[in-house]
Write a protein that binds this ligand. Sequence first.
Ligand code: AMP
Length: 142
Amino acid sequence: MTIFARIIKGEIPCHKVYEDAHTIAFLDINPLSRGHTLVVPKEPAVTLDELSADSAAALGRALARVARAVRIATGTPEYNILQNNGSTAGQVVMHVHFHIIPRPANATGPGGPGLSVTWPARTLAKEDATTLATAIAAAAAK
Ligand code: AMP
C-alpha cells in the first residue's frame, strides 16, 4: 500500500486542505515553494491514464478548485501543475497525484523557488507527425 493510500484511509496524518467523495488534497511534506499542494484521487491507480472516467472528472474539478484556493491563501498568482507518471518520469509515490506548485516572484524567498523545468524542445518531424497523430487519435476515440 502506498503512503497516499494510508493517508486516504486516515492511518497517517496530513495537512488536509480539501476532501470530497473522490478526491483528497493536502500539503506536500517537502514543498518546492510555500503552498505546494498535492491533489490525489481516492481511487487506487498508479498513473493518470488508469483512472476511471468518474474519478478523472472529479479529480479535474478538484484540481481547479484547489489551485484557486492555493492562489487565494498564498497570494501567489502564478503556479505550475506537475503530474509524474512512472519512475523514469520522476514519480516516487505510485499513486496518482497532481502537484500544485506556486511560483513566487521572488525565487530567493524563504518558502522555496517553485518548480525548475528544462524544456529540451525539438521541431515536430513532418514525416512522423501524420502517422503519430492518426495513431493517437485512433486510441483516443476508443
Ligand atoms: P512524485 O515524485 O510526483 O511521486 O511526488 C511525490 C511527492 O509526495 C513528493 O513531493 C513528496 O514530498 C510527497 N510526499 C511523500 N510523502 C508525503 C506525505 N506523507 N505527506 C505529504 N507529502 C508527501
